[in-house]
Ligand binder design. Structure first.
Ligand code: PLP
Length: 541
């Protein structure tokens, strides 16, 4: 195997993984390009002179808009006024560089235009593969960042990760097929799979992500009759920071999972919106937070590699999105994968969703062109600093509101107790943990494990009804009280692959809540955490 790993080859043939729909799709996109010089009277293509938009002027933030060591909230506003305010208050970037740049996307490009996009093409039907300029940028970016381990790896533009996962399900699985995922996985991804009649199967996870050992156990012991479906052929997981847990799969774990995928002939769909949000340092409650000194290039190279770097056979379909780096409203992302799978995805797109908005392709494409690789890297690094700062604010607030201690000597998990300030008896405060969590490795979420097993009514309730019903009742009570008190977290049950009974049978007594620290003011974030802590203490009384 290590020989195969060292020698860079083309993707292996994985056509046996295609679904019935994928097999029924034509093998070529349509229509084919007219021969050079031919007058094409072929399609219902509007004359570009009829497009009412003459040009689009975009004012954008420069890559260094956010400082590498942020100490406070986002800049006051965009543009020169916001920049002056930030410089005066010392909050934003301290550079003297003008804060914003500007570009124009004209109706028609002239020979000396710096822009790469024109509305004449962007607002026309564009190729499934994207406007060539953005296609090239994305291909070069993937080669620079992810360094796929086989030769003929391709990229393909799409409408963001949600749409991309839906398309992957369509070309890889038939209704009734199952796919493997983490015990708690992105709720919308589960919803899509279930709505298409596919069955998510949970594999054990730990702080390094999906367990390669448990993955192999599930596959090796798969029994079609008892399971009611064929052995899964697809894994859905997140390569970078996980949603909902906020944790990062280590490089070694990715390699181990990949090796199992080769042994059992699996395809890995790596949905990875938070890849660039890997925090520069683990959370530390100490005031002196050190930021590593490194160049932007070193920062990019220091990120835990994606599955693509281990993929020497073309078994990974990676889903990237601009939702978390530019804006979800752009509805723009891209796949990276083998020629066969990406060709099928392209033809599927042509049949069902056509292509991403030309406005988005032109604006985001031109932005990337202005940033260049170095600038986009700096931009991503600045954003990551912002999210890291927010993570620290959220956890600092929990530390203030509760008595937070390391859970044990070997893990990064923290356990929270009520403060010994007379709200509860001294003994309760010292011995009864209310919740625990692992400070996220980055991303946008904290995953709180609420210790229902310590709740005064849990045992009695579960004897009267069932453990699953008791959990459900108490967790509804907690969540509803929080909402009534003014803070909304997302219930962990929404991310569960297994149902309430199954989880309870496996001895899972606790429930989870996911809190997002990705937006809003510091004050609101702290207030939200304070409400959570106060409601939790009352709930356990
Ligand atoms: C894991 C995961 N995948 C996909 C998405 C959606 O991405 P997109 O906006 O590109 O559809 C999200 C958004 O929260 C997410 O957390």
């Amino acid at each position: 195997m290590s020989e195969k790993r060292n020698e860079k080859r083309n993707a292996v043939d994985l056509s046996h993984h295609l679904s019935d729909i994928a097999k029924a799709l034509p093998t070529q996109t349509f229509p084919s390009a007219p021969p050079p010089g031919a007058i094409s009277l072929d399609g219902g293509v509007p004359d570009t002179e009829y497009f009412p938009i003459e040009s689009i002027t975009v004012e954008y933030l420069k890559p260094s808009a956010f400082p590498l060591k942020p100490t406070d909230a986002l800049p006051h506003g965009t543009g020169v006024l916001g920049w002056i305010a930030n410089v005066l208050t010392g909050k934003g970037s301290r550079t003297t560089e003008a804060p914003t740049g500007q570009f124009v996307i004209p109706r028609r490009l002239q020979a000396n235009d710096e822009s790469q996009f024109e509305l004449k093409s962007a607002l026309q039907y564009t190729p499934i593969t994207g406007i060539p300029a953005i296609e090239n940028t994305i291909r070069d970016w993937v080669a620079r960042v992810h360094k796929p381990a086989y030769n003929d790896c391709k990229t393909l533009i799409d409408l963001g990760a949600s749409c991309a996962w839906s398309s992957c399900l369509t070309i890889l699985l038939n209704p009734g097929d199952s796919f493997i995922t983490d015990r708690y996985a992105y709720n919308a991804a589960l919803l899509q799979g279930r709505a298409k009649g596919m069955i998510p199967v949970a594999v054990g996870t730990d702080m390094d992500g999906l367990s390669a050992i448990d993955l192999e156990r599930v596959l090796a012991s798969w029994d079609e009759k008892t399971r009611g479906s064929k052995r899964p052929r697809v894994i859905y997981t997140q390569g970078g920071i996980q949603n909902p847990t906020g944790l990062l799969i280590s490089a070694q774990r990715k390699k181990d999972i990949y090796d199992v995928a080769v042994r059992y002939d699996l395809i890995i769909v790596e949905d990875d919106p938070y890849y660039f949000q890997q925090a520069s340092a683990p959370y530390s409650s100490s005031a002196a937070r050190v930021t590593k000194k490194q160049t932007d290039e070193e920062w990019l190279d220091g990120l835990v590699p994606s599955f693509l770097q281990f993929d020497y056979e073309g078994r990974v379909v990676r889903l990237d999105t601009f939702s978390k780096s530019v804006g979800p409203g752009g509805r723009l992302g891209y796949y990276t994968g083998s020629p066969l799978l990406l060709a099928k995805l392209g033809i599927l797109h042509q049949a069902f969703i056509t292509f991403p908005s030309g406005f988005s392709q032109a604006i985001i494409g031109e932005l990337l062109h202005r940033y260049q690789t170095e600038g986009f890297t700096r931009w991503l690094r600045g954003l990551t600093g912002q999210y890291e700062m927010r993570r620290n604010w959220a956890i600092d607030a929990i530390h203030k509101a509760m008595d937070v201690k390391p859970r044990d000597n070997w893990s990064r998990a923290l356990t929270a107790y009520v403060r010994t300030d007379g709200q509860m008896t001294e003994k309760f405060a010292r011995t009864t943990s209310l919740m625990s969590f692992v400070p996220p490795d980055g991303g946008m979420f904290i995953w709180f494990n609420i210790h229902l097993h310590n709740h005064p009514r849990y045992k009695q309730l579960s004897q009267q009804t069932s453990p699953a019903a008791a959990k459900n009742q108490l967790s509804t009570e907690l969540w509803t009280t929080m909402v009534n008190e003014g803070v909304v977290f997302r219930r962990g049950e929404l991310f569960a692959v297994q149902d309430d009974e199954e989880r309870a049978e496996q001895g899972e007594e606790d429930v989870f809540l996911r809190a997002s620290y990705s937006s809003g003011t510091k004050e609101d974030l702290e207030k939200g955490m304070n409400i959570f802590a106060a409601v939790l203490v009352k709930f356990f009384q």
